[in-house]
Each structure stands twice: as structure tokens, then as C-alpha cells.
Design a binder for this molecule. Structure first.
Ligand SMILES: [Zn+2]
Length: 119
């Protein structure tokens, strides 16, 4: 199940892809397929379902901030403020597509009715 989450696969059959394109496609990286092409599971349980995933996006963003702040503090021995700015904002921007995608994956796995189907 964790491997399927990491690979953004369907939570029911763990085979079908949830997203239309890879995360490196910056124009369409966050577009979900309507349903799983293997088992037919609907990736959009109800309208607006993924709006709550912004909380997961925020939590992951804060985690990235803390990790890179701590790494900058200890590895560079508390450098000037502008180095903190760049050492945190660059990883946050680069990881944004994965952050948004995994927020949707977490949302679907936790609240998409997956556990009601016997998994
Ligand atoms: Zn499936």
C-alpha cells in the first residue's frame, strides 16, 4: 500500500496511475484521471473532494521549511539571513509539483472510501 502511494497508483488495485502525466510535466502535473483504467475506481468521489488536500500541502510545506532550515543552520553554522531564504525557498519551489500530487494521494487514500472496500 505504501509503495502504491509513493508511485501515485490506484488505492484499490495498486496498478492504475492516478495522474494523467508525470510530475515533471509542469503544465499538467496535477491533473487526475477520472477513474482507474484497471479497476474503474473513481478518483473524484465527490465535487470539491480535493480542496481539503490543501492542508496536507501546507503540512508538507512546513516540513520542508523545517528540514531545510535545520540543515542550513547546522551545516552552514548559522549563516546570514539571505542564505536561509534561498536554501529554503529553492527546495520548496522545486518540490511543489510532488507536494501537490502527494497531497491528493494522501487525501484519496485517507478519505476516499478506500478502507470501506476491504483494503
Ligand atoms: Zn484501480
Amino acid at each position: 500500500m505504501l509503495k502504491a502511494m509513493a508511485l501515485c497508483k490506484c488505492p484499490i488495485c495498486t496498478q492504475g496511475d492516478m495522474f494523467k502525466t508525470p510530475a515533471t510535466n509542469l503544465k499538467h502535473f496535477n491533473e487526475l484521471k477520472t477513474s482507474c483504467e484497471v479497476c474503474g475506481f473513481m478518483f473524484m468521489p465527490e465535487p470539491g473532494f480535493y480542496q481539503i488536500s490543501l492542508f496536507f500541502t501546507y503540512a508538507v510545506g512546513v516540513a520542508i521549511f523545517i528540514v531545510f532550515w535545520a540543515a542550513t543552520y547546522w551545516l552552514l553554522n548559522d549563516p546570514p539571513l539571505w542564505i536561509y531564504y534561498w536554501s529554503i525557498s529553492i527546495p520548496a519551489v522545486i518540490s511543489a509539483p510532488w507536494n501537490l500530487r502527494y497531497s491528493k494521494v494522501i487525501m484519496l487514500y485517507l478519505f476516499g472510501g478506500v478502507w470501506d472496500k476491504g483494503n
